[in-house]
Design a protein around this ligand. Structure first.
Ligand SMILES: *Cc1c(COP(=O)(O)O)cnc(C)c1O
Length: 406
């Protein structure tokens, strides 16, 4: 799953290149850096590897989303339709631009239900933001059709699905813009970092300036001579972080191949249990396989299986019951209670308060039954077999007990 599992000499070499000159900032110092432009090189590698026309690195996936939204002209009062199942960073970015998050249900793809999106459109809707969760992809054809019909922006949060494809194209490169995160636990990492990808020169130019205080980067070697055509912020990546990412992207196809192999082996073992079903994948060919997401027949059975896995010290990966407070609306009390350190706008506050009473039972029925198992790059076949057999044993034990008590 995370690229940090396979750190090696490549990362050290790239970082040492930067340390040998001491120029750890990505802009300026042209002579002193002795030809080392790691951020520029990583942006080029991202374009080549994933088939995006432009790429703008940022300090995180969250700041990449914020930068993308601003660069697409999304701001105060604009509604962004997004899923109730994602990492909190998705709504953080929305709120930070002044936009209004409109949360809707996911289906068994673990991503936006296109029908729920259609129903949530209002005259204030400006953007649809699918999140490609847990290594796989959203219903992009359907979402693209909706965006086209209603003249909406399609922004892909592909932060946790680096390397997934949809009908032959990498996710993150299909909408008006898309983002990856390179935080420490993502498929490739910079330590901290993110990227905005787009095929629009205008969106790229905006991202380039917005993430660096509004610099137009036309002053040559003298940063002080740059103009500031619009307001920006500091969401820059450092050369040290970019150096790590440059080493990692060189190995991304290797990581993906290992993920696919290990995922296939584990899925084969779990498939022996007829009561286990698997997540719907809109384009099965394109799964990055960073996680294997599977369902149990009911929320009660899922809860019992997770409880038993925990008791046996086996990592489960459930976002509904006990494991994880960060990825699903049910655990986002700080959002629903509008616990912001600074005042939010009236429109934002109203939208958040509404979340407390909104019906998410369709999502509950999916997330409450789901277990997402992270796929390690380091597992041996032996270890996968052992893990799979332990999972199967726990599921069968719970199913037996349920039948007895029923
Ligand atoms: C990781 C992640 C982000 C944010 O990335 P950071 O680099 O940690 O800021 C955004 N969205 C999703 C779905 C993520 O998984």
């Amino acid at each position: 799953m995370p690229g940090f599992e396979l750190f090696g000499e490549e990362e050290k070499k790239e970082v040492n290149d930067v340390m040998s000159t001491g120029i750890i900032m990505r802009y300026g110092f042209d002579g002193a850096r002795k030809g080392n432009w790691k951020a520029v090189a990583l942006e080029k590698a991202i374009c080549e590897t994933f088939g995006s026309k432009y790429a703008q690195l940022t300090s995180s996936g969250t700041s990449a989303l914020t930068t993308a939204m601003a660069s697409l002209g999304i701001g105060a009062g604009d509604e962004i339709i997004m899923p109730a199942f994602t990492f909190v960073a998705s709504f953080e970015a929305v709120l930070s631009t002044g936009a209004v998050p409109v949360l809707v249900d996911v289906d068994e793809s673990l991503t936006l239900n296109p029908e729920a999106v259609r129903k949530a459109i209002t005259p204030k809707t400006k953007c649809v933001m699918p999140v490609h969760m847990c290594g796989s992809m959203a219903w992009l054809d359907e979402l693209q059709q909706i965006c086209k019909a209603h003249k909406l922006i399609l922004l892909e949060d592909a932060c946790q699905s680096i390397g997934a494809t949809y009908k032959g194209k990498y996710v993150g490169t299909i909408g008006d813009a898309g983002t990856f995160s390179f935080d420490f636990v993502k498929t490739i990492t910079c330590g901290e970092g993110g990227v905005v990808m787009t095929n629009s020169e205008a969106v790229y130019t905006n991202s380039d300036g917005y993430s660096d205080h509004g610099h137009d980067h036309k002053g040559g070697a003298d940063r002080g001579a740059d103009q500031h055509p619009f307001l920006g912020y500091n969401y820059r990546i450092s050369e040290l972080h970019a150096a790590v990412g440059l080493a990692q992207i060189g190995k991304v196809h290797q990581f993906l191949a290992i993920q696919k192999k290990n995922h296939g082996l584990l899925k084969g073992i779990l498939s022996q249990v007829p009561e286990v079903s698997f997540r719907t994948i809109p384009d099965p060919e394109g799964d990055s396989c960073s996680q294997l997401s599977w369902f149990l027949p009911s929320q009660d059975i899922a809860r019992a299986v997770i409880t038993e896995l925990k008791a046996q010290g086996i990592a489960a990966g459930n976002f509904y019951w006990f494991d994880n407070n960060w990825h699903y609306i049910r655990k986002w009390d700080h959002l629903k209670e509008v616990k912001s350190l600074h005042a939010l706008s009236a429109a934002q506050t109203e939208a958040l308060v509404k979340l407390k009473t909104q019906d998410f039972s369709a999502s509950d029925a999916v997330i409450g039954r789901c277990i997402s198992t992270g796929i390690s790059l380091l597992w041996t076949e032996e270890q996968i077999k052992e893990k799979g057999e332990k999972l199967v044993a726990v599921i069968q034990k719970v199913l037996r007990e349920q039948t007895v008590s029923a």
